[in-house]
Each structure stands twice: as structure tokens, then as C-alpha cells.
Design a protein around this ligand. Structure first.
Ligand SMILES: *Cc1c(COP(=O)(O)O)cnc(C)c1O
Length: 412
């Protein structure tokens, strides 16, 4: 056992991404396996936020909209995120929340397919995506329907009444990853538009939305992009669609000339059209720090290490907790999984709580999934070893049975 851990320490010593760990501020005694839910804090974030607050806001005051480039930040940070997802400059905007961006893009997409009434999605998609689509369908009052089918039935369900196919690239429970190019092509063959949610993909796996001919995408700033709790999200609109789309939220900063203060809305030409109101500059600055860090890390190395760490976790749980009742729900094939490992277990909730009490932070997703996020920029091979060591102890000594670990809190 000691030998095995030493061998893993040797992998860490040779890891080309090892230096990134010091760019994060991680608490002592914690193994953080939840960066897919809330990314860790970059060391540089506190200084950047402090500078924005003290100098740009405190001293620059309103002049900073021009002098510090505040007004251009949603597009500037958007362009940086664009480099992570294979989007050309001018096609990504950092703004709002993922939920709100999805509403904007879904509405715009439906308007481009008049006569078609179905939003097709996958059963078990992330709830906010489905809630947003349902709410939009109801508010349109034109008989739109949200149709959810199992992943395997998606292509068959792409019938002529489908206006939009709305999918999350990586399943939040299982970590299973769709073939973006193939499903986008299938949607187009059926005459539908494709909207991808990249919440668990951006910064985690290689993406090329332009090559894959994606129409619309949204994604999250606080997961693998390490932008901080409630960080601005992002949206992508294919350049060829930008001049045609009409968004349901027509705020002043999406106007062609916001400071002309015209009486009527005239949409901006490019991606700025998707802007609604004033961006949260302090949050945007924090997000930019996380995005800059992600841009410094070669994605091929990130992906290779993510797959290796995930495989290590899967193998170690099988070897050391094989009879403890865990069922792997993450696909084993590399091409089909992203950057998390999930297990079903009848007692997943108290097990997750017992792990957290020992400093191994993963999470629980209802009804019975224990989820571990794999973030190669700050996780080491020995961390996976140590985490499974704790898990094995929690299982063999049945520590999770302590009553305190079954108390359900608001956020799981
Ligand atoms: C995390 C996540 C979101 C988050 O949406 P918010 O509006 O930022 O709360 C949306 N969709 C998916 C698939 C997610 O995983």
C-alpha cells in the first residue's frame, strides 16, 4: 500500500500540470472533489477583486466604465471563454446566470423555427434546464411542448415538429458525455436548431463548438472555470445566427447605441445583442482570473490527467471498496465520460457527509448518487489515493451510520 502511494507520488512529481496547484488557495486537510460544482479559489482572485474594488471603483468611480474597460468586460471575458470552447472572437458573452442565458437562447431559437412546437431534451437533464424550457413554453402560449426522452432515443425523436434540441453535454449525475458533433448534425438533419449546455464541459474537456457546427450554447462560470460562487455564466451564438436572432429580454445594453438613449429598442449587431442589463463587474473580474488560469493550462494535458485520475479513482474504489455496495454509473469508455466519477449507493447521502467530515469533499445528488469531481489543475494522484483510503475506512467501520451524517441540509 505504501509502495502504491509512493508510485502515485512519482506520477505527481512528473505531472506537467503540477505547478497549477499552487495557483489555488486550498484549505489544509481537505481533498476537494467538488470542483465540478463550485470550483476552488485561485490565489490571484483576492488581489484582483481588491484592486477592482479599491482602485477601479473606489478611486476611478464612474470613469472606470471607460478607463478600466468595465463596459467591454462581458465581451472580453466572453472571448477568453471562447478560446476554451472553440468559439471565434465575438461569439461568446459572459453574462447573467446559465438559467437566464438558456431562456434567452431557447426563446431566440424557437422564434427561428416558427411552426415547430417541440423542445426535445434528454430525460434526466439538469432540472433548471427543463424548468426554464417549461416556463418559456408556458409563457409563449403557442402550444410549445418540452419532450424528454432517454438518451438512446434522441435521434429517433428528432421528428419534423422539433424546433430545438436542448441537451446538456455532460450529465450532472453520471458524468456521461454526449457526442456533440454527431448529435448536432442529427438535429440539423431534422431541421432543428441545437442548444448545448456546457456547464460541466467548459474548462473540463476539449470543445470545438465552431467545428461541431453548434448553433447556441450556454455554460457556467463557477464550476471548472473557477469564477466563484454565482459567477457570471456565458452564452455562445454561432456568428451566422447573430444577425437573425431576437431575444425576449431587450435591455438597454443590448441596444445598438445604449448611450444614445433612444425611445425604441434597436438590437446591437453582434453578440452584444444578448446583453440585458449592467454586468456585475466585481464578479466578472473574479471570473476572468479563473478563465485566465484555465487558458494557461494545455487542454490536452488537462484531459489526459482528468482521464487518468478518474480511472485511478474507479480502480481504487473497485479494489478497496468492492463489496461495499457501490455501483459505478460513469461510463468506462474515455470518449463517453467527462471529468467526474459517480457511484450509486443506497446510503450515498450519509456516506458523502461522513467523507466531508473527514475532509474529503464530494457531493450527493438525489436520489442515490455519490459524485466526485475531477479537477486536474489542483488534484494530485496521491489525493485520489488518500480519498479512497478515507472512503474505505468510512465503509469498513460503517462510520456513515452515525446519526449526524443523516441530517439533510439545504444544499447537498
Ligand atoms: C450548474 C448547472 C447549471 C447552473 O445554472 P445557474 O443558472 O447558474 O444556477 C445549469 N445547467 C446545468 C446543466 C448545470 O450543471
Amino acid at each position: 500500500m505504501v509502495d502504491r502511494r509512493q508510485a502515485l507520488a512519482a506520477l505527481d512529481a512528473a505531472d506537467p500540470l503540477a505547478g497549477f496547484r499552487d495557483a489555488f488557495s486550498l484549505p489544509e486537510g481537505v481533498i476537494y472533489l467538488d470542483g465540478n460544482s463550485l470550483g476552488a479559489l485561485p490565489v490571484a482572485t483576492a488581489g484582483r477583486v481588491a484592486a477592482v474594488v479599491a482602485a477601479e471603483w473606489g478611486q476611478g468611480l464612474i470613469r472606470s466604465w471607460n478607463d478600466a474597460g468595465w463596459i467591454g468586460l462581458p465581451e472580453a471575458v466572453g472571448d477568453k471563454i471562447g478560446r476554451l470552447i472553440g468559439a471565434p472572437p465575438g461569439s461568446v458573452l459572459a453574462a447573467d446566470s446559465t438559467s437566464v442565458n438558456l431562456y434567452k437562447l431557447l426563446a431566440a431559437a424557437l422564434a427561428l423555427r416558427p411552426g415547430r412546437r417541440v423542445i426535445l431534451t434528454e430525460a434526466g437533464n439538469f432540472p433548471t434546464d427543463v424548468y426554464i424550457a417549461d416556463g418559456l413554453a408556458a409563457s409563449l402560449g403557442e402550444g410549445h411542448e418540452v419532450r424528454a426522452v432517454p438518451a438512446g432515443g434522441l435521434r429517433e425523436a428528432m421528428t419534423p415538429e422539433v424546433a430545438v434540441v436542448m441537451l446538456t453535454h455532460v450529465n450532472y449525475r453520471t458524468g456521461a458525455m454526449h457526442d456533440m458533433a454527431a448529435l448536432t448534425a442529427a438535429a440539423h438533419d431534422a431541421g432543428a436548431l441545437m442548444v448545448w449546455d456546457l456547464a460541466h464541459s467548459a474548462g473540463a474537456v476539449p470543445l470545438d463548438v465552431a467545428a461541431d457546427r453548434v448553433d447556441f450554447a450556454v455554460g457556467c462560470g463557477y464550476k471548472f472555470l473557477n469564477g466563484g460562487p454565482g459567477a457570471p455564466a456565458f452564452l455562445y451564438v454561432a456568428p451566422g445566427l447573430q444577425g437573425q436572432v431576437r431575444y425576449p429580454l431587450t435591455g438597454w445594453l443590448g441596444h445598438a447605441a445604449p448611450f444614445a438613449f433612444e425611445d425604441r429598442f434597436r438590437p446591437a449587431a453582434g453578440i452584444a445583442r444578448a446583453t440585458v442589463g449592467t454586468p456585475s463587474i466585481i464578479a466578472m473580474a473574479a471570473l476572468e482570473v479563473g478563465v485566465d488560469l484555465a487558458l494557461r493550462a494545455p487542454m490536452a494535458a488537462v484531459r489526459a490527467k482528468s482521464l487518468a485520475l478518474s480511472r485511478l479513482l474507479i480502480d481504487l474504489v473497485a479494489a478497496r471498496c468492492g463489496d461495499a455496495g457501490f455501483t459505478l454509473v460513469t461510463p468506462l469508455a474515455d470518449a463517453e465520460r467527462a471529468s467526474q466519477v459517480s457511484f450509486r449507493h443506497a446510503h450515498a447521502y450519509p456516506i458523502a457527509q461522513a467523507l466531508i467530515a473527514r475532509g474529503v469533499i464530494g457531493d450527493f445528488r438525489a436520489p442515490d448518487v455519490l459524485r466526485f469531481g475531477i479537477t486536474p489543475l489542483y488534484l494530485r494522484y496521491v489525493d485520489i489515493w488518500d480519498a479512497v483510503d478515507v472512503l474505505a475506512d468510512v465503509m469498513t467501520r460503517e462510520i456513515w451510520r452515525e446519526a449526524r451524517f443523516s441530517m439533510v441540509r439545504v444544499v447537498t
